[in-house]
Write a protein that binds this ligand. Structure first.
Ligand SMILES: [Zn+2]
Length: 296
């Protein structure tokens, strides 16, 4: 009732807080002002609130009638976020280009709800923003990670924050999501991974997508190098998995293929079996990269 009489809604915090504030503003039809204190997800700029169940498992995407009216990303605040949250934002941002690329190739829908109630098609400019997001993260995130360790504001940090807060959100919305986020959403059902950040699980979903696509090793290695440089966890073990249980991961694969999720934006037919095999192969591949990098 108090909120009903308010002039506008202000969201201050990380992903789930901002998603909650955006949903409140949406249902009350109030303007919304967003002040992210973490750059760990795409939440600040999107017109989407991700709804989770009480047990932290993914429920659905709630599409809002508009993006936040104001997003104030203060680099003084964001330079002081714990490095792990900064890295998680890089993880979420890394997936944007590859998911948009898949969605664009398939000519499937993006994540913008049109006035007619249907989702829109990916746009060239959305794809260009997703590309610039990846290029920016590739160029600057490793350098920015050192700045965040010292709570220092540098040009590399400013650029990376522009990529993780702004470009990643707009690129994902206008370019569309695909396998990486669908796999992430399935992974929210694995109890051992509940301590893992959204962006940390998304990056595993991204590697799985790249394996499903049989992406060139050079491309996968480039993403591995970026992820390692900012301190992202790679393998399922790194993400907190204690025991790999086949049934649990068959369920992840099945949920990732839910008809309401974005797996169907891949440019080829995806089955739960294909996703399961890709997950297992990806984890082995990431262990291999870790061994190889440790030797150098
Ligand atoms: Zn995300």
């Amino acid at each position: 009732e108090v909120a009903r009489g308010a002039d506008y809604v202000v969201g201050i915090g990380g992903g789930k807080t901002l998603d909650t504030a955006k949903a409140v503003a949406h249902f009350l039809e109030k303007p919304m002002l967003i002040l992210p204190t973490l750059a760990s997800t795409d939440a600040p700029c999107t017109a989407i609130s991700v709804i989770y169940n009480d047990d932290d498992t993914f429920n659905r995407y709630l599409f809002l009638s508009k993006n936040p009216d104001v997003v104030l990303a203060d680099t003084r605040i964001l330079a002081e976020q714990p490095p792990r949250f900064f890295a998680a934002g890089v993880g979420d941002g890394l997936a944007t280009y590859f998911e948009a690329r898949a969605c664009f190739a398939a000519q499937r829908d993006n994540l913008i709800l049109g006035n007619d109630g249907n989702m829109l098609k990916p746009t060239l400019i959305g794809f260009a923003i997703a590309q610039t997001c990846y290029e920016t993260i590739k160029k600057y995130s490793a350098q920015a990670a050192f700045a965040v360790q010292k709570k220092a504001i540098t040009a590399a940090l400013e650029n990376t924050i522009e990529a993780t807060i702004y470009m990643s959100a707009v690129g994902a919305e206008s370019g569309g999501c695909a396998a990486a986020h669908a796999i992430h959403n399935g992974m929210t059902n694995v109890h051992d991974l509940h301590g893992a950040q959204h962006g940390e699980k998304v990056v595993f979903g991204l590697f799985t997508q790249l394996v499903m696509e049989a992406a060139p090793m050079a491309e996968i290695e480039e993403v591995v190098d970026i992820a390692m440089a900012v301190g992202l966890p790679l393998t399922l073990e790194d993400l907190g998995l204690k025991h790999f249980k086949e049934a649990e991961w068959r369920k992840v694969a099945e949920l990732a293929c839910d008809k309401n999720d974005t797996m169907h934006n891949m440019p080829f037919t995806v089955t739960p079996d294909l996703v399961y095999d890709a997950i297992v192969a990806t984890d082995a591949l990431l262990h291999g990269f870790k061994r190889q990098k440790a030797m150098h």
